[in-house]
Ligand binder design. Structure first.
Ligand SMILES: Nc1ncnc2c1ncn2[C@@H]1O[C@H](COP(=O)(O)OP(=O)(O)O)[C@@H](O)[C@H]1O
Ligand SMILES: [Mg+2]
Length: 332
């Protein structure tokens, strides 16, 4: 017996051109009408150019034909904005009091761990001034789309990624924008990108506590923040400032992560505190939130980042971070 559920299941196999996610993943299936030997499917045309629409239409009709040979199938499109279509359960912001502490790295690892758990995950690279996310994931293809929206680019393991870097002509092009423009770009990444159905969207916020991260926290419906620091941060001041900013914006601090916490030398079986003693507990107290992980300086990790293969990272620390993370974040 043909049912809406069966048709939806079939449509879940139709991948949208330009991204390896299906019509249902992207929440493009708006309506399915059944009756009198007819099936009428309404799809949102969001972010689909003419070619993509033609392809999706044919493909959708053909998968329905496979499960119901003697029905006529009609596929129509409706215009919708990405914002109307997107169903993002939780937005998690990754913050730091200053730049260069590994904010992008923690953003990437957080997304990777949740993706490995089977959640659907996206990364919104809102650090417009230093976008390093695409490089870590080895992606450089321009996002596709249409007048009505932009499609994210998919990582090797299926994480949706959007970054200003993907729109620039050259990789090393610097973005020197003033505050209002940055705010606009972040708003557009939220409103005009077809994220579809996501369990978690991880946001790489601009560093510091100035205008840009503040705008991002205003624009995005952030459920909670993870704050990154290194033992180099001599006072808790910098972390406290970030915590204060989050609290002022009514955002919960989910936890803190100490990056470049130590160097492990396997030959000596010894841990060396290169940047001084861990300040994890102290920062955790200052933030009123758990210390989720102490990430060591790992040359392998640096190499994987440089080569665009961060998704291959499989060090032990990830298990610790994953367990703490799953306890700290809202359930999907
Ligand atoms: N724990 C680490 N081990 C090795 N390299 C790291 C580590 N953390 C960061 N790096 C390297 O340092 C650089 C800066 O990190 P990044 O995450 O881009 O900092 P931020 O986003 O805070 O500016 C990256 O190129 C990354 O490869
Ligand atoms: Mg960065």
């Amino acid at each position: 017996m043909l049912s809406q559920e069966k048709i939806k299941e079939a449509l879940a196999d139709v991948l949208v051109p330009g991204i390896r996610r299906s019509l249902t993943d992207l929440n493009l299936v708006q309506d399915i009408e059944l009756g009198g030997g007819k099936v009428k499917i309404t799809l949102a045309s969001t972010a689909l150019d003419e070619d993509a629409q033609r392809w999706v239409k044919e493909k959708a009709a053909s998968v329905v034909k496979q499960i119901a040979d003697n029905t006529t199938t009609e596929v129509v499109f409706s215009e919708k904005r990405p914002l109307e279509i997107n169903r993002v359960k939780h937005v998690i912001a990754v913050m730091s009091g200053k730049g260069g502490v590994g904010k992008s790295l923690v953003t990437a690892l957080t997304a990777i761990l949740l993706n490995r758990q089977g959640f659907s995950v996206g990364i919104l690279d809102a650090d417009i001034t230093g976008p390093s996310i695409p490089k870590m994931f080895g992606i450089s293809s321009r996002p596709r789309g249409s007048e009505s929206g932009i499609l994210p680019v998919l990582s090797a393991n299926g994480i949706e990624i959007i970054s200003i870097n993907l729109f620039l002509p050259g990789d090393d092009e610097a973005v020197i924008w003033r505050g209002p423009l940055i705010g606009k770009a972040i708003t557009q990444f939220w409103e005009d990108v077809l994220w579809g159905n996501l369990d978690y969207l991880i946001v790489d916020l601009p560093p510091g506590t100035a205008d840009a991260p503040l705008t991002a926290l205003q624009v995005l419906p952030v459920s909670g923040a993870i704050i990154v620091f290194t033992p180099q941060d001599l006072t808790t001041m910098i972390v406290k400032k970030a915590v204060k900013m989050a609290q002022q914006m009514d955002k919960k601090v989910l936890g803190v992560v100490e990056n470049m916490s130590f160097l492990y030398v396997p030959e000596l079986k010894k841990q060396i505190d290169i940047f001084g003693k861990s300040r994890g507990e102290e920062m955790s107290r200052a933030a009123g939130a758990p210390l989720l992980a102490r990430i060591p300086i790992d040359p392998e990790l640096a190499t994987l980042c440089d080569e665009g293969h961060i998704e291959r990272y499989a060090a032990e620390i990830l298990t610790t971070y994953r367990d703490a993370l799953l306890k700290a974040i809202p359930p999907a």
